[in-house]
Design a protein around this ligand. Sequence first.
Ligand code: ZN
Ligand code: ZN
Length: 788
Amino acid sequence: MRLIFEIIFLSDYNIGTGYSEGILDTPLVKDQNGIPYIPATTLSGVLRKGICDLLEFDYLSHHRKCKRSNSDGSSYCRNTKEMCPVCRILGSPASKKEWIFSSALAVNPENRLKPIISWKNKININTGTAEEHKLFNKELYGKRMRFRFNIQKERNDPHSIEEASFIIAAMRWIKNIGSNIRRGDGKCEIHLISHEPICFIDSDNHESLNSEQCFLNVFKRSWIDNVPIKDFEDITKPYLDNDNIETNGPSVKKICYLIFLTIEPFLVCNTNERGNTYESLSYIPGQTLLGALAWKTARQLDWTNEEMDQKFLNLFIKNGIKLTPLFPAKKLDKDIYPSIPIPYDFASCKLFPLTENNDHDWKFLTGEENEHNTCQVCKTKNRISPLKYVNGFISLYIQEKEAQYNRFFVKVNKNKSTHIAINLPKGITEHGSLFHYITVNPNQYFIGKIEINDWKFFSEVLKINEDKPLIELNIGKSTAKGYGLGKLFFYFPNEDQKVKGLFIGKSFESRVDHENLKKPIIMTLITDTILLDNWGRYYQRFDGRVLKKIFQIEPNIDVKIIKQFVRTRRIDGFNSLLGLPKWRERVFCAGSSVSFQFKIDDDEDLKRELIKKLKKLEKEGIGLRREEGFGEISFNHAVRTDKALSMRIRLPEPMRLKRLKKSIISRTEKRWIEYLNCKINDFADKKWLALISWLESQDLKIEQMLNLIEKFHTNDEKVKDIINNLKIDEKTNYFLKNKNLESFQGVFKKLITISKNIPEEVKDYWRMESLKLFGEKIASNLKVEDND
Ligand SMILES: [Zn+2]
Ligand SMILES: [Zn+2]
């Protein structure tokens, strides 16, 4: 069982690590990206305090059993059959701790950009005077910070539900975290925002869940009224009656497609990668998108307004939004076509896989009767090339007359760039810290679907104009470095598109044979899917019983598996934007495919019911976390068999790329790269990179940069500061005075000449891009040196 909590700070807070770092006396705990978090050990201490505080109440006095629970008895509960809540939940020398805490990660880490630093004199108690040079500062974080963490346990039994209810009640009781509580810092509220698996509370009605209310009812019954939990049924009842989420005025539900156009490169990683290379995914996962939307919405909100706060919670925390991942779209002229991950049973010629103008062999292995497993085209040329699975995306566009491979597949262009880690406050480069990003290039389209329960609130907060429903959005990592910016368009599909389905492209009726339900059917997972059995364990393969359970079909229908091409993987560690704690989940990967047959009697009613059920499954998805885009499926997907398919979406005017500017930039970029490649072989020193990074962080025009660099030999105060910050060795000082500086200036002079034709509206973009390229060139010089 997993309980997911959110901490909302109502005043500034400060959680120190207890050690001193430089001039900061009580630094906040931060991760390697400088984002604050609250360590698991702190949270465990917070819970202990909450439990003890609750036990002070008379109505819980019968649960005090040892010294830890405020009783006079032994130091801990030795009788494991009858333990106090402290020993039971947090463990004791007699019983193992079963509840595991995660650290709490920031949901809205942008607040970290505004730490409040307060300086104080340290008072010498003996003399009553401020000691000189004993100023210390304290980094405080603002009151809107929100963090999420989870507490989990392997089991889901009634016993654990009881414990969970105590944990939740104790957390609700907590009013402060951190030091300086007396001065009013660290005021907070902790709420349960969801729990998993959801099934033990209510398996039919996911939308209306308010987990916290439900658990607090359980708490009252089992800890105060001492009514033991008999079965799960009982728990659902008090909750369902209670669910009245307050709403002012009617909320309008809207379903639309999301078209995302990348303006800057993006870097979206699924896992917490180690090492120094980060490669972006080729699509945007649902949880990343949801996080980005929540972040943007949170920044627009007035948090002092409680109604707004509630609406935000309803929308983002209580599943008021359901969305899919955004998969890359195929662009043809003014239209785009959605794509899906290539199904795992798709195999193509290994020697000549999906490249432009390729007419080599391919096929879907599921449903294939007469199996050949080598490329028939290669065979005619006396080569043997096996058919192998290929990674990628297949578009919902097939044309009968030119059914060539390059029509089918969507290529996502990526670029590698090199960065150097800069310690920003000090402005110096960190030792040995070159790292690489493999990012998705600008000017690519992605498309997915979103359902918004309260469109009115959503569109008002994000200022979405109905005539031009377009916003700018930052996606993925390193948005502070300028990555991840794109345009997001809310596209309202027409009836025809709705019937076809964004990621399917053909109506259900035209794919599944209503007359002959005994024909094999192929289910393809369009997105990653999380399927749990009754005991909370992950399914890893399909069998007839599993499918029957997932489909929830009548006992008198059986399912027989014919073939399956299935992959599973662990997902752990989520995007820090969403602030979800790191837990592990095993998912069926998107692209997994299974073919099966129904064994069904010739009963028309039964068949009609089954058809209805399948259609509903396709519409609503299967498994857990569907609101984040998991569990999208299709039966007999059109890409498998159809000879003609066109899920065409006309690009709205503001989403079209302007050809002219693009070509000017690419021409200029080409000249710049040529220049850098043949002229720049010096500057093999990390300090130059540091200088460029510093320039990147300044809001200066290229001319102003040159101006600044030209002043480097003077005694200008600002320049002196920079030089000091860059830790340039005064003795050698070659960095500033010799030819190197002159050629550095020369590079900027050249850049000014080259940039002459860049139009005004893309100048900012070009300024960053040109510096980035310059930096990369220097980094490539460095690497050669490092290898020596
Ligand atoms: Zn105890
Ligand atoms: Zn071939």
